[in-house]
Design a protein around this ligand. Structure first.
Ligand code: PMV
Length: 347
């Protein structure tokens, strides 16, 4: 793996070990919800996602003997709330390298953080790649995926581009719970329109939501039991480039995940009025023959996935929905990758 060292451009001590990486968020079509091991971040079900392209996190990681403590600057501001998870991720990298050196992390998202747009997926995938390169660990993509999973479950998938499956695995140590690429982005290009209906941080994070669901939702067993069939259906749809088949199974998985979470006590309601209005708009477009479907994660944003020929019509329709603040259009993107540290600093 090439190592990006650009220390003459970034401030810092001469012996600092620094690298930067970019990763894009991914959106699950067959959803992950529920952990079989909270500490190791092991899922109860496998999941399948698409990696996006124009939304990104750029992260620089600088290990320096001059530092007494880890730090994280997110979107230009020191962010103590993110420090615990950041340090936990850096600890995994330090353990691999056999060092105790502290690190300064500077990370920028070009999209709202913490609002159901998988900023933790792209954020931790970028951090793992940058940390790996800075420390010269030479991890394989599969090893990077396992480390990223420990930091944030869905980050395991953002290591790869295009269509990606993350296995739940069966080993207690989780080493087989790893993502693998199914198909590169350009083998079946799709477009995604993200309808942003709120930029507020979500009230209930996914770990808390998943644990509450597992403890109280009467549908948890049915969710687990039906996941393998959904994954097989989505895999087949992707292999055949069958959009209608992928649309049916993806909406089913999304609605099933939300039904599961809605049935928790107290129920988890991640949608707002604009989310629901946008769902109806997507359904009505599809009824008119437009190749589009929706998916929604643990937040109020709706992601409309469509064939590229329908992208401008879908985005225009979503912009008309009352309460939709903004529509971000993107295609499918490639894997997480190293970038010059100057590019991360300028982000
Ligand atoms: O990895 P987390 O903790 O951000 O959880 C992601 C959960 C969903 O986005 C709702 C589903 C998924 O598979 O990404």
């Amino acid at each position: 793996m090439s190592r990006t060292l650009d220390s003459d451009r970034s401030p810092g001590a001469p012996n600092d070990r620094v690298a930067a990486a970019q990763a894009q968020p991914n959106i699950a079509l067959i959803k992950y919800w529920g952990k079989r091991d909270v500490a190791l971040n092991l899922p109860v079900v496998g999941s399948l996602s698409i990696t996006l392209d124009t939304l990104w996190t750029r992260t620089e990681v600088r290990f320096s003997d001059a530092l007494d403590a880890d730090s994280i600057v997110l979107n230009g501001k020191s962010d103590p709330k993110q420090l615990k998870r950041t340090s936990a991720c850096l600890d995994l990298l330090r353990a691999r390298a056999g060092i105790r050196t502290r690190a300064a992390v500077v990370s920028t998202n070009n999209f709202p953080t913490g609002a159901g747009l998988a900023s933790s997926a792209s954020g931790f995938a970028a951090m793992v790649l940058a940390g790996d390169a800075a420390l010269g660990l030479n991890l394989t993509p599969a090893e990077q995926s396992v480390l990223a999973r420990r930091c944030s479950g869905s980050a395991a998938r953002s290591i790869f581009g295009g269509y990606v499956e993350w296995a739940h695995g069966s080993r207690a140590d989780g080493e087989d719970s790893v993502a693998t690429p199914l198909l590169p982005a350009d083998a079946w290009p799709l477009s995604v329109a993200v309808a942003i209906t709120s930029t507020a941080e979500k009230a209930i994070g996914s770990t808390e939501g998943m644990n509450r669901t597992a403890d109280t939702s009467p549908y948890q067993d049915a969710w687990i039991d039906s996941q393998e069939a959904d994954l097989a259906e989505a895999r087949a749809a992707i292999a055949e480039r069958d959009f209608e088949r992928l649309a049916d199974i993806s909406e089913h998985s999304c609605l099933k995940m939300h039904a599961l979470a809605l049935a928790a006590k107290p129920g988890l309601l991640y949608w707002n009025a604009a989310t629901v209005a946008a769902m109806h708009v997507v359904r009505s477009l599809r009824a008119q023959g437009v190749p589009v479907f929706f998916t929604i994660d643990a937040g109020p944003q709706l992601k409309a996935v469509c064939l590229p020929s329908a992208a401008s019509r879908v985005a225009a329709a979503l912009r008309e929905v009352p309460g939709v603040l903004n529509v971000v259009e993107t295609g499918l993107g490639g894997p997480a990758h190293l970038i010059p540290t100057a590019a991360a600093a300028a982000a």
